[in-house]
Structure formats: C-alpha cells, structure tokens
Design a protein around this ligand. Structure first.
Ligand code: FA5
Length: 345
C-alpha cells in the first residue's frame, strides 16, 4: 500500500527545507516526483481503485505534485541566490591592497648608445640605413680597395662562411660596417648622407676592450665639394653632442685602404680633463673612431666620378663610446647578460 499523499507531501516539504545545495535538489526530485518516486507510486495505484476513490485520490495526488513542483522551483531560486552571494563574498577584490608591479623591460645599453649616436647624426641631416651581417668578400674587402692577398686584410680577423680557398665568391660575417658604404652608393646617386648601425664579427680573442661581436656605426657623406673640413666639422659637432660642450677633438693620420687621407679621431680625456689618467693611458686623449676621405678607387667602383664627387666616411664602436661615457671598464659586460649590469641603464 503506497504512503498517504499528505504524509508524502509533508515529508517532502520538510526535507526540501533542509537542502542547501542545488545539486541535491535533483536527488530530492527523483525521490518524490521521479518515475519511481514516492508520489508517482501513488498515482500508479489509481487504476486499480474504484471510480470515486480514484477521483478523490487522483485530485489530492495531483495537487500534492503541483505543490511539490512549486516548492522545488522556489527552493532552487533561494539556494542559487545564496550560492551567488557566497561566491561574490569569496572572490571580493580588496581595492586597498597595493598593486603587483609588472616587471618592465628596458633597452640594452648598446641599443641605447646606438640610438643616441644615430640621433646626433639625424639632426645633422643623415639618414639611418641597415645592411646584411652575412656579407660577400666583395663588399667587405674587394670594393673597399682591399683586393685578395692585400696585407691590410690582416687588420680584420675574419670569420669566413665560405673562405676564398673554397669559393669563387667567398662569404663571411662582416668585420665592419664599411661594406654598406658600397651598397648604399651602388643604389643611390649623390648627395649621400647616411649612418649605418649594425653588428660586426671578428675572429679575435676577447679582452676588456675587444669582443668577437660588437656594434659599429658607419657614416658616409658624398657630394660635390665635400672637403676634409666638412668631416672635421661634422665629427666635432657629434663629439659635443655625445660627450658634452667644450670637448676638444684631435685628428691624427691613420691608415684604412678605403680612405685617403685616413685619420683616427680622439677627444680630450674627460676623466682627467687632459692631464693624464688610467683611462687615457696618460696621453690626455681617447681615440673614438677611424675616418677619412673616401678613396677615389671606392668611388670609381660604384660608378661615381671622383673628379666630380668627393666624400668622407667614418666608423666607430658604440660599446667603446658607452664605456667611456659611463665609465665601464670591460666590454664583455655588454654581452654577459648579467642583470645587475643591465639594470643600471
Ligand atoms: C674599422 O672597422 C673601419 N671600418 C672604420 C672606418 C670606417 C675607417 C670608415 C675609415 C672610414 P676599426 O677596426 O678601427 O676600423 O674599428 C672601428 C671601431 O670599431 C673601433 O674604433 C672600435 O670602437 C670598434 N671595434 C673594433 N674592433 C672591436 C672589437 N673587437 N670589439 C669592440 N669594438 C671594436
């Protein structure tokens, strides 16, 4: 004999009140209203009852079913609201807590120096261009007036990709940015005014002032009537801009096969103001770059008439300049990836 409808309904409502989670509501629904639920079992007996009893019991059972369904919907609403309130309380943001700072990257000191130097020339009307680090022997040497077997090749210890002994067209990692002089002139008619920052590579033992990979910045200006005075004036302005007003500059003869005359440029030592110290090796001067008037052979190679056009070129190492500017005593620090060093810039 199935349970009495009122008893089932009262028990179901009581149990429903004690439920506090949505997932348990379904268990409750199955237990009372599901196919084998207690109220459903009552409805199943109806067919066997006499008509009058069937009607009366059927009506009560249906009313009870409706009441339970409504109670279920209402209870579910209440529980869901409670759960939402709990989750909001648990995940509440405390706006008074200090924020977590996101670590910020910064530019590498070499990059900063390269940009500062390029900017100095851009304000004087130079354009910044870049070129390949893997280079043909032709651009790195031949076209710069350094033919095969020229002793000046020893000035640049070369990392070969295909050495001259193995190839008709030898390939290398550029040893300086000067090949870009040729590449730029091949593609442009004068006037030319460019600076070329870029990585260079040399097969050298490293020490405090030498790395096997380092930056250079090349400069080139070609036009009619360009003289050595233009070279001096331009590089003087550059030195004032990077090292401060009042710097003296000095030019002395030097040899590079692609310029004639060739010079090296020094500035007066700003550590000792020229009186002599460890940094300037007691000379009062610090050498910062090679320069000179573009050799007529180089102009001829790119189809410029050296009777019409003249130019000057220069090449410097930004890491060496950063070392001077910031008192860094070892160039290897630039590539050691030591954050204690890098974070200072
Ligand atoms: C040259 O490479 C010439 N191409 C420069 C030049 C250009 C002369 C145009 C005339 C006209 P040099 O080998 O001296 O020259 O190198 C130029 C600068 O590059 C040096 O003054 C130095 O600052 C930097 N440099 C050279 N070798 C190294 C190295 N191993 N490590 C770090 N910096 C270097």
């Amino acid at each position: 004999m199935p349970d009495d409808v009122e008893t089932i309904k009262n028990e179901a409502l009581k149990e429903l009140e004690s439920i506090g989670e949505v997932k348990r509501l379904d268990e409750w629904r199955v237990a009372y209203l599901g196919r084998s639920g207690r109220l459903t079992a009552v409805l199943r007996t109806l067919g066997a009852l006499p008509l009058e009893e069937r009607r009366a019991l059927g009506q009560r059972a249906n009313e009870a079913k409706t009441a339970l369904e409504e109670a279920l919907a209402q209870r579910e609403g209440v529980i869901r609201e409670q759960e939402m309130a709990q989750s909001v309380a648990a995940g509440r943001i405390d706006v008074t807590l200090p924020g977590r700072s996101a670590p910020l990257g910064r530019l590498h000191p070499s990059t900063q120096m390269v940009r500062e130097i390029c900017d100095a020339f851009v304000t004087m009307g130079f354009q910044v261009v870049e070129g390949p680090e893997v280079e043909w022997d032709y651009y790195n040497f031949e076209a710069l007036n350094i033919p095969k077997d020229h002793p000046a090749r020893d000035m640049w210890d070369t990392l070969w990709i295909t050495p001259p002994s193995e190839s008709e067209r030898p390939m290398l990692l550029r040893t300086h940015t000067s090949p870009m002089q040729v590449r730029v002139m091949e593609k442009t008619r004068p006037p030319v005014r460019v600076v070329v920052p870029g990585k260079c590579y040399r097969y050298e033992a490293t020490d405090a002032t030498h790395e096997s990979q380092f930056y250079q910045i090349e400069g080139l200006a070609v036009d009619e009537n360009i003289t050595f005075a233009d070279l001096k004036g331009t590089l003087y302005q550059f030195a004032q801009r990077i090292f401060g007003q009042g710097r003296k500059v000095r030019f002395r003869c030097d040899y590079f096969p692609f310029v004639e005359p060739g010079v090296d440029m020094s500035i007066d030592c700003f550590f000792c103001e020229g009186s002599g110290c460890r940094i300037c090796k007691d000379s009062g001067w610090i050498e910062i770059m090679g320069a000179g008037m573009v050799h007529p052979n180089v102009l001829r190679k790119v189809g410029y008439d050296p009777e019409v056009y003249t130019g000057f070129a220069f090449g410097m190492g930004p890491e060496r300049i950063a070392m001077l500017k910031y008192g860094i005593d070892d160039i290897r620090l630039f590539y050691a990836n030591d954050l204690r060093f890098l974070r200072q810039f």
